[in-house]
Design a binder for this molecule. Structure first.
Ligand SMILES: Cc1cc2nc3c(=O)[nH]c(=O)nc-3n(C[C@H](O)[C@H](O)[C@H](O)COP(=O)(O)OP(=O)(O)OC[C@H]3O[C@@H](n4cnc5c(N)ncnc54)[C@H](O)[C@@H]3O)c2cc1C
Length: 469
């Protein structure tokens, strides 16, 4: 295919449609959205507000965060990040070997892909970015700042991808974050964005561990660290679960299960699948929780680009002269170079076709890397049904947030809770807001539940923390 045929394929009429489509149009999109508060069928407590995610089944993510399965080399990510004929440049959290599956990775990958494009692009070239999540937005910002003309195609009717702030002041005291939001010390770029855009944040630090019998001792992560260290000395990679078993750790222990659930809720992978050579991050003692609309970060990065919402790309045809993008609505448009930031889950599926197929090295990496599952549920209660506040002393939550207040993490130990990791935002919002986060197989189960079932599972999971279990 030559550049000429690409241009003929696009056609002037289609370009007109493209320009028209720069204005966001309301269109049905299978994106996770806040749902009306379902009434519990038989439970004793009922939240005043409820929102849940379903990233695992969403066709534009098909999972939450990439992970490195046992036996896979981190170099698969470097292979995925290799430019294809200097026409296709893959970005997105899965292409980052440093901290895959994170906000930090997404931003860094976008910057890296943009630099790769700028190294080879000539003046006045037409550049497209597929996906308006953090990676696509970061790439766009860098390209626009270098003077490039950039067109962004986003499948959903909103920007942000796996970052989604539900802003509804009547319902939530702070935006409900249905995707990625918690930051660590390494998230320097995002933390700087929050400061620059004046987005308030809180520290998440204290931890409470409770079983049906009441408070239990905090579970140490030392055995998990030791098992990972031992796994890293072995001649071949072993799974985290196998490394724990080989170290003589009781993997059925309820406390360890609660700790591993917290690990899954951040990585999306279970201990059976996780590598010890490239292990999931263990829960840090302190994190930062943004309390504002993360959409502002996306808007800021995308400033100056044309963004076409509700425009899923279904086909990428490329040769040494250019790239033709087929949009699911039927149009076809030509570009000189394209940055592709769709999630690994989408690359693994059938939704985006490449002609010719991506090189073996890319397809091998896509097949080898794992797409982890993470889901979340937010609930707000008019009156606190909980026996404990984030303060481990058990003091009542203050009516208004104290400036030095920190959010707490609740761990559910034992029983058959589906959601074992909770963040109590009450101390920092002044209202009773709790956020359940679940990863791995349990997240798959969660994603397949309807809203009423999620609500029931959430309330049941919280039983050890309720005043009246
Ligand atoms: C529930 C959950 C909790 C998380 N928690 C954290 C956390 O606490 N801390 C952290 O650092 N990270 C967290 N993450 C991970 C973090 O959110 C992601 O790593 C990051 O947002 C990925 O950004 P991205 O730009 O690579 O991908 P995405 O944000 O997924 O962007 C890709 C974009 O491509 C679009 N797209 C898909 N297919 C097409 C197509 N065919 N055509 C056009 N557009 C398409 C999508 O709609 C999307 O907008 C979490 C993720 C989830 C889901």
């Amino acid at each position: 295919m030559t550049r000429r045929t690409l241009l003929v394929g696009a056609g002037a009429g289609v370009l007109g449609v493209l320009l028209a489509s720069c204005t966001p149009e309301p269109a049905p999109s299978p994106t996770p959205t806040p749902t009306p508060t379902p009434r519990p069928t038989g439970g004793a407590i009922s939240p005043a507000a409820f929102a849940r995610s379903a990233w695992t089944t969403d066709p534009f993510s098909l999972g939450a965060a990439s992970f490195t399965p046992v036996g896979t080399q981190q170099s698969a990510r470097e292979a995925l990040a290799e430019p294809v004929e200097d026409r296709l440049f893959l970005a997105g959290e899965a292409t980052d070997a440093e901290a895959p599956g994170t906000i930090d990775a997404a931003l860094r990958s976008g910057d890296r892909a943009a630099e790769d494009v700028l190294r080879v692009a000539g003046t006045g070239e037409r550049i497209a970015v597929i996906g308006a999540g953090l990676a696509g937005a970061a790439a766009t910002a860098r390209l626009v700042s270098a003077g490039a003309e950039v067109m962004v195609f986003e499948a959903r009717d909103r920007v942000g991808g796996r970052v989604q702030s539900v802003v509804d002041e009547k319902t939530w005291p702070v935006p409900a974050q249905l995707g990625g939001w918690l930051l660590g010390a390494a998230d320097a770029e995002m933390l700087a964005q929050l400061t620059r855009l004046d987005i308030r944040s809180a520290t998440v630090s204290t931890s409470s561990w409770r079983s049906a019998e009441g408070a239990v001792d905090a579970v140490s992560d030392e055995p998990v660290r030791a098992a990972i260290d031992a796994g890293q000395q072995r001649p071949a990679d072993v799974s985290l679960a196998d490394a724990l078993a080989e170290a003589g750790v009781d993997v059925e222990d309820a406390g360890l299960a609660a700790l591993l659930a917290a690990v899954s809720s951040a990585s999306g992978s279970d201990a059976d699948d996780a590598s010890t050579w490239f292990p999931p991050a263990l829960p840090p003692t302190e994190r930062t929780a943004p309390l504002g609309d993360l959409g502002a970060v996306l808007d800021d990065l995308l400033d100056g680009a044309r963004v076409s919402l509700s425009s899923p790309v279904s086909r990428v045809a490329y040769d040494d002269a250019g790239v033709s993008l087929g949009i699911a609505t039927g149009e076809s448009l030509s570009f000189d170079r394209v940055v592709i930031t769709v999630p690994l889950g989408v690359l693994k599926g059938e939704g985006l076709q490449f002609a010719p197929a991506l090189p073996f090295s890319h397809r091998g990496a896509i097949a080898e890397l794992g797409m982890g599952r993470i889901e979340t549920v937010w609930m707000r209660f008019e009156e606190s049904p909980f026996a404990v506040a984030a303060d481990p002393s058990g003091d009542a939550v203050e009516a208004s947030p104290a400036p030095e207040a920190t959010a707490g993490v609740w761990h559910v130990v034992g029983g058959d809770a589906l959601i074992r990791t909770w963040i109590d935002l009450s101390p920092v919002t002044g209202e009773t807001v709790v956020v359940g986060i679940v990863g791995g197989e349990d997240a798959q189960t969660f994603a397949e539940l309807d809203d009423t079932e999620v609500l029931e599972a959430a309330v049941t999971s919280l039983a050890p923390f309720l005043a009246t279990p």
